[in-house]
Design a protein around this ligand. Structure first.
Ligand SMILES: Cc1cc2nc3c(=O)[nH]c(=O)nc-3n(C[C@H](O)[C@H](O)[C@H](O)COP(=O)(O)OP(=O)(O)OC[C@H]3O[C@@H](n4cnc5c(N)ncnc54)[C@H](O)[C@@H]3O)c2cc1C
Ligand code: SF4
Ligand code: SF4
Length: 448
């Protein structure tokens, strides 16, 4: 049987009601092979599913919910906020990202039209625009809503895990709080690290821990879907010549965000990994993997700005420091030009036009080798720390058969019922992602 939507009408005066009636053309094949067509009125869902709880997904969810629609927001991490909550500051204003995020999280907390699931992934989607059947899997947190985040479980827990929020720079206990400003503000037990000793259960005065919690399968019926699954950092280990994974003091730009963040592994002190000393000379290597056919063929759009921002972290944190930025082109479009000019006006900041050929260990320091295009001289710069400006790669996920461009970014058609927003669609900064996500909310509302 094939279903095609012919026409639709609202059955109630309130267009924001959950269910609307739609005429559907059922093409039925009889036993003798004859096809006949019959129209029937069926219920269509007006709920909207948003996959990914970063700034884009959160924006789509609150905009659609505040217009009056029911939204289900699904996030695979144990907290909402995506990559933005891992940042130390936002360019260009250099304010902490939690300024804007906190307002959005309050909008979620106070709006009963948004149902959110953390630790959750989509398993399967079937159906059509206006009537999707979605299966989601809610993984066990092993900690229920009685948790007051007192931290007693973590104190007694003997097992450790690499802290993925800090890109493995430090570790947490198996019972842990994802980060100090996590939403929901609740502990979680990492089942893959837990040795099931039960010490946390005994330590919790509130009866909040249940180590027997099982994954839950939930079926949803939604009218439209927005994928806001964002990005992951390009794997720096794949760029052989730049020494990540080989030299301890070669780090990525996202690791730098965590090192500079007051809630990071060094409480905001920029210390190099090998000896925990302040680096006095820091090199930023642009296009680490980006604009390179062997890695990411595209420009990630924000990395130049991210490095200029991180140069301000270094210069503020360590006043007698110098920063070197090796670039192919500095891309700071529109009003961001002002930010570039400001950072570049610091005499301790050196911008060198040239692609880095290699990063080599030299005693307890590093040498960055590059062709200085403007002077024509091969430069060898001694530094204490190298930051690779790695690009943004679209997050892959299963469960949804969706069009992607050759670089893996999601491309959807107007009227299809499934849309993308934010970096899932293309590399972009936060303010562009927010604008895009607002547009996606409108498209999702219109297409059910
Ligand atoms: C080093 C660096 C610094 C940056 N600094 C700035 C800055 O200062 N200012 C600025 O404007 N921009 C900055 N950016 C860009 C900024 O990070 C992005 O614009 C922003 O993260 C886009 O948000 P998003 O919601 O689209 O994606 P994300 O932040 O990646 O959020 C996507 C969410 O979807 C979730 N998800 C993924 N797959 C699934 C799935 N299958 N099921 C459920 N959930 C899923 C993820 O866990 C995540 O929570 C920076 C980028 C880099 C690389
Ligand atoms: S689970 Fe219990 S012990 Fe752990 S933080 Fe929550 S309330 Fe405290
Ligand atoms: S049961 Fe697991 S989470 Fe709890 S204390 Fe033991 S190792 Fe830690």
């Amino acid at each position: 049987m094939r279903l095609t939507t012919k026409d639709s009408k609202e059955t109630t005066k309130d267009s924001k009601e959950k269910v609307k009636k739609t005429f559907v053309n059922f093409v039925v094949k009889s036993h003798n092979g004859k096809r006949s067509s019959l129209f029937a009125e069926v219920d269509m869902s007006q709920d909207i599913l948003v996959i990914g709880g970063g700034i884009s997904g959160i924006t789509t969810a609150v905009e659609a919910a505040e217009t009056g629609y029911n939204v289900i927001l699904v996030e695979k991490n144990p907290y909402l906020g995506g990559r933005v909550v891992q940042m130390n500051r936002y360019f260009p204003k250099l304010c902490p990202p939690y300024c804007g995020m906190e307002i959005n999280l309050r909008r979620i907390r106070t709006n009963n039209k948004i149902r959110h699931y953390t630790l959750t992934e989509v398993q399967n989607i079937t159906g059509n625009k206006g009537n999707y059947e979605v299966t989601i899997k809610v993984n066990p947190r092993c900690v229920n809503e009685k948790c007051t985040a007192c931290g007693e479980c973590s104190k007694v827990c003997p097992a450790e895990r690499a802290n993925d929020f800090n890109f493995g720079i430090n570790s947490t206990k198996a019972a842990y709080l994802p980060h100090e400003l996590a939403f929901p503000y609740r502990y979680v037990v990492d089942s893959s690290a837990c040795i099931k000793c039960g010490a946390c259960v005994d330590a919790c005065k509130y009866g909040a821990i249940n180590l027997q919690m099982q994954p839950e399968i939930v079926k949803l019926n939604v009218g439209s879907i927005v994928t806001a699954t964002g990005w992951q950092p390009y794997d720096a280990k794949k760029i052989d010549n730049l020494g990540f994974g080989k030299h301890k003091d070669v780090i990525t730009n996202m690791m730098m965000e965590r090192l500079a963040a007051p809630n990071g592994p060094t409480c905001g002190k920029i210390l190099r990994p090998s000896d925990q000393k302040e680096p006095k000379r820091v090199a930023f290597v642009q296009c680490a993997g980006s604009r390179d056919e062997n890695h990411l063929a595209y420009c990630s759009a924000v990395c130049c700005l991210a490095s200029l921002k991180q140069i301000t972290y270094v210069r503020e944190n360590i006043p007698d420091s110098e920063a070197y930025m090796f670039y192919i082109d500095v891309r700071t479009p529109g009003r961001y030009e002002e930010f570039y000019t400001k950072v570049n006006s610091d005499e301790k900041v050196h911008l060198i036009k040239g692609k880095v050929a290699s990063v080599e260990q030299d005693g307890d320091g590093l040498i960055v080798v590059a062709e200085d295009i403007l002077s024509g001289v091969k430069s060898r710069v001694n530094v204490d720390l190298v930051v690779l400006s790695c690009g943004m790669q679209p997050t892959n996920f299963s469960g949804l058969n969706i069009n992607r461009d050759k670089n893996g970014f999601i491309s959807t058609e107007q009227g299809s019922g499934i849309y993308a927003s934010g970096v899932a669609k293309k590399p972009q900064d936060v303010s562009s992602s927010v604008q895009d996500a607002t547009g996606a909310a409108l498209r999702a509302i219109q297409s059910r």
